[in-house]
Structures are given as structure tokens and as C-alpha cells.
Design a protein around this ligand. Structure first.
Ligand SMILES: Nc1ncnc2c1ncn2[C@@H]1O[C@H](COP(=O)(O)OP(=O)(O)OP(=O)(O)O)[C@@H](O)[C@H]1O
Length: 314
């Protein structure tokens, strides 16, 4: 059953359409990701779901309720961790938890929540003195304190170091295991790939793709990556004619330098077979040959590069 239903959502700021005909549903118990470049319209979409923005078109339902018209009831079933959340620096962790718990008719046991989130030893610590990771844990606790059925986490791990980020991923999995639906806005492909059951890729206000992480990678024309340093130059025309070819580039072309002459070829399994044949035909050796599956990162770049014109252009 869908707990979130977004249909034909539109939002316009000062005559500029920033969310344009966005539709998706989130099933109860899912971890659903919203992924997209900066300014794509992710936060605006999420804020419409939270009832913080009034849509200019389309409908949004959370548990069958209108987040704007039924705002009070929606806040009872939806918990939010907002992007760039701040609290009074002098507020202690205990005070924040007690304050937020008092706002809900059926609050979770905040002490148990603090224990689960590793905050039990920091109850007397002031918000302003907490580390980035501790703040994020507190924000998750505050998002969960009303015992919500669905929790919205917007760029939750952006400020965290890799270890704290991984700890947070485990927490998100625990939250879901406890039966809470998670709507996750993220910039981190690894995070989306690891956590999300399904992902909506939003680009320039529109849903560019909606699928499982594996489905997104599979639908990209470039699902396999082969890289090597040839012992002699290869003919660009022959490379361009490879079957199923997605791209040929100097290795590291999408960031980072690499050994002189090293190539990175993206395509399908058929492309890799043809590369091997081509090398054998010309008796060229492939040094440090590596073949790997494309990642969600590759699929994301593909999918956001290939989308239609911006809403303004349409
Ligand atoms: N209150 C506002 N008034 C005018 N324009 C806004 C407002 N809020 C957001 N925008 C613009 O709407 C577009 C979408 O913004 P939004 O914050 O939804 O994007 P995002 O995908 O969440 O981006 P990011 O990943 O950078 O957080 C951006 O161009 C932004 O500048």
C-alpha cells in the first residue's frame, strides 16, 4: 500500500517552474530515494510532501491526507529531518528530546530512542557543543520522536565523515526494520545504492527515471566499464564502431588523472567482447586490464545527461 502519493506535482517560483509534473508513490515499509543534481527540485518536492510548500499543481497525499489541508494530522504520521536544521545552541539533548516529545500525542520513549541512537551519554550536552555526527543523530531522534509511519531525511549525511555516514546508514536500516517508511534525499550514490529499494532521479524539475538501483544501472546504456593501457594506439574509428558502445574516454576522464594512454570504455558485455577481439586482431597488449560493472554513479550521469529540455525550454 502506498503511504506517499505524488501525482503531477508542479511548483513555480517567480514564474520559474522548478518542479514539473513529478509523480511517484512510496510503498509502506520502503526506503525510497530522491536523487538529483543541485537545484533539481528535490527539496521543493519533499517540502510539498511535508506540507511546508503549497503546490501550484497536482496532488500530494500522505497516508491518504492532504499535507497542506490536513497539516496537523499529517505531522502525526510524518517525521522530518530538515536540511540545515538548527536548534538553540544552549538547549541540551535531553531538553530537545523532551520538548519535541511534548508536541506529540503518542511520543516514542525518548530515553529508549536516545539509547538506540547512541545519545544516552550526551543527554546533558548542549546542542552547540555536539559534533556533526551527534547533531545528525539528534535530528534523526527528533524526526522519530512522534512515532511516525514515515520519516523524511533530507541530505542527512552530507556533513558526516565516512565512518559516521556508515553508522547513519545502519541506523536508517534499523529505522526501516522497525516498520517506518523512509524517504531519503541524497547526493551520495553509494548511499542510495546501498539503502534504497527504489530511487526517483529528478533532473531539472522532472522525474528522469524511477527504478531500483539495479534497474537504473541496467537501463543505462553503459552497464559495463573496461579500462586498460594499450601497448600501441588504437584506431579511433574502430573504437567508435564497437557494438553497444556508450563512451570511450581517457581513463579518469570523469575526474582524476591517470596513466598516459589509458582508456576507459563504457558499454555492454558485447562491447567488452569486441574490445578483446580488436586487441587480439592488432596484436595489441592491454596492460592492467580491468572490467567492472557500472555503478549508480555512472547511471546517474547518463540519466541526468540524457533528459529532455528544462521546464522553461519546453
Ligand atoms: N523559496 C524559493 N524561492 C525561489 N526559488 C527557490 C526557492 N526555493 C528553491 N528555489 C529554487 O528552486 C530550484 C529547486 O530548488 P531545490 O532546493 O528544490 O533543489 P534541490 O534539488 O533540493 O537542490 P540541492 O541539491 O542543491 O539542495 C532551485 O533553482 C532553487 O534556487
Amino acid at each position: 500500500m502506498a503511504i506517499i502519493e505524488v501525482s503531477g506535482l508542479r511548483k513555480v517560483y517567480g514564474g520559474r517552474t522548478v518542479v514539473d509534473d513529478v509523480s511517484f508513490t512510496v510503498a509502506e515499509g520502503e526506503i525510497f530515494g530522491i536523487l538529483g543534481p543541485n537545484g533539481a527540485g528535490k527539496t521543493t518536492t519533499v517540502e510539498c510532501i511535508e506540507g511546508l510548500r503549497v503546490p501550484d499543481g497536482g496532488t500530494v497525499r500522505v497516508g491518504g491526507l492532504d499535507p497542506v489541508g490536513d497539516h496537523d494530522r499529517v505531522t502525526q504520521i510524518l517525521g522530518s529531518q530538515l536540511q540545515e536544521s538548527e536548534l538553540q545552541p544552549k538547549l541540551t539533548v535531553r531538553e530537545a528530546l523532551e520538548l519535541y516529545a511534548a508536541c506529540y500525542p503518542r511520543p516514542a520513549d525518548w530515553r529508549a530512542l536516545a539509547g538506540r541512537l547512541g545519545l544516552a551519554e550526551h543527554l546533558s550536552a548542549r546542542f552547540g557543543r555536539l559534533s556533526g555526527g551527534q547533531k545528525q543523530r539528534l535530528f534523526i531522534a527528533l524526526a522519530l520522536i512522534g512515532s511516525p509511519r514515515v520519516v523524511v531525511l533530507d541530505e542527512l549525511t552530507t556533513a558526516l565523515d565516512p565512518r559516521a555516514r556508515r553508522d547513519t546508514w545502519q541506523l536508517i536500516e534499523e529505522v526501516r526494520a522497525a516498520g517506518v517508511t523512509v524517504l531519503l534525499v541524497t547526493h551520495f550514490m553509494e548511499e542510495a545504492q546501498r539503502l534504497c529499494d527504489r530511487i526517483a532521479v529528478i533532473d531539472r524539475g522532472r522525474v528522469a527515471a524511477l527504478d531500483t538501483p539495479a534497474g537504473l544501472i541496467g537501463r543505462s546504456a553503459q552497464s559495463v566499464v573496461v579500462s586498460f593501457t594499450p601497448s600501441a594506439p588504437l584506431d579511433p574509428a574502430e573504437l567508435a564502431a564497437l557494438p553497444g558502445l556508450g563512451s570511450v574516454a581517457p581513463a579518469g576522464g570523469r575526474g582524476g588523472g591517470e596513466a598516459e594512454g589509458r582508456l576507459e570504455i563504457r558499454g555492454t558485455d558485447a562491447t567488452v567482447d569486441a574490445v578483446i577481439s580488436l586487441l587480439a586482431r592488432h596484436r595489441i597488449t592491454a596492460h592492467r586490464l580491468r572490467v567492472g560493472d557500472a555503478t549508480l554513479d555512472d547511471a546517474f550521469l547518463d540519466l541526468t545527461e540524457l533528459t529532455a529540455p528544462t521546464p522553461q525550454e519546453a
